[in-house]
Design a protein around this ligand. Structure first.
Ligand code: HEC
Length: 200
C-alpha cells in the first residue's frame, strides 16, 4: 500500500543533489532503510539538530517565563507552519509523522486514488485537483485553497469545520504536534517525481 510509493526513487541517480535531501533522509530507498542518513551529511544533520533543539528549548523556556505556560501554548498553536518546518528537520519527527499517516490509509494512498484522492504532488496543488480523482465534493472542488503547511494544518485539525461540505469523513488530527509531524512527513513523501509519481 502506501509503503510502495517510493519505489522509483531508490537511487543515487544524481537527480537530487545529496545536499538537497531533507536532512539526509533517503526517502526514496524502499523498505527499512528509507530513513538512513547519508554518512557525509550525518554529522551536519546531528549538529544542526542539536543546535536547533537547544535553541528550541531556550526559546520555550523564555516564552514560558515571559508569558506563562498557557499563553506559550496558545502562541505555539497560532503558528502551525513553523512547527511543521521544525519537524522537517528532525528524522524522528518525520518517522512519527509517517506513523500518523497510517490513520489516513484507510482512504488515501500517496500514489493512487482510492476513497480519497492521491497525495502525490499535494503541496502547491489547488484543492480538488488531484489527477484522475473524480469524486470530489463541490465544496472541495470550489474551495480556493492551495495546499501548504498552513492550509493543511487547518484542514487536518477539523476537516468539516474548515471546509463545510467536504466529504472527507474524518474527525481530524487534534494534536498540534502530531499534525506538524504528519505535514512535515507529507511534504517529503509527496514530492512528485522525487519521492513519488502522480497517478494519471
Ligand atoms: C474516511 C476516509 C478518509 C480518511 C480516514 C481521510 N481522508 Fe482525506 N479525504 C477523503 C475524501 C473522500 C476526500 C475528498 C473530500 C472532498 O472532496 O470533499 C479527502 C480529501 C483530502 C485532502 C484534499 C486533497 C485534494 O486533492 O484536494 C487531503 C489533503 C486529505 N484528504 C488528507 C488526509 C489526511 C492527511 C488524512 C489522515 C490524517 C486523511 N485525509 C484521512 C477521505 C478520507
Amino acid at each position: 500500500m502506501s509503503r510502495q510509493f517510493c519505489m522509483n526513487d531508490r537511487s543515487g541517480d544524481g537527480a537530487v543533489p545529496a545536499g538537497r535531501r531533507p536532512e539526509g533522509l533517503d526517502v526514496g530507498a524502499a523498505g527499512r532503510n528509507r530513513w538512513r542518513a547519508a554518512p557525509t551529511i550525518a554529522v551536519g544533520t546531528l549538529l544542526g539538530g542539536l543546535i536547533g533543539a537547544l535553541m528550541g528549548v531556550l526559546l520555550g523556556l523564555l516564552l514560558g517565563i515571559l508569558m506563562g505556560p498557557a499563553s506559550a501554548l496558545a502562541a505555539q498553536a497560532a503558528r502551525p507552519a513553523p512547527a511543521a518546518t521544525e519537524a522537517a528537520a528532525d528524522p524522528a519527527a518525520l518517522r512519527r509523522g509517517e506513523q500518523v499517516y497510517s490513520r489516513c490509509v484507510a482512504c488515501h494512498a500517496i500514489e493512487a486514488n482510492r476513497t480519497g484522492p492521491q497525495h502525490c504532488g499535494l503541496f502547491g496543488r489547488s484543492a480538488g485537483t488531484a489527477p484522475g480523482y473524480d469524486a470530489y465534493s463541490p465544496a472541495m472542488r470550489d474551495a480556493k485553497i492551495v495546499w501548504d503547511d498552513r492550509s493543511l494544518d487547518r484542514f487536518l485539525q477539523a476537516p468539516t469545520e474548515f471546509l463545510p461540505g467536504t466529504t472527507m469523513g474524518y474527525a481530524g488530527v487534534k494534536d498540534a504536534r502530531e499534525r506538524a509531524e504528519l505535514i512535515a512527513w507529507l511534504r517529503v513523501a509527496t514530492r512528485a517525481g522525487k519521492a513519488c509519481s502522480v497517478a494519471r
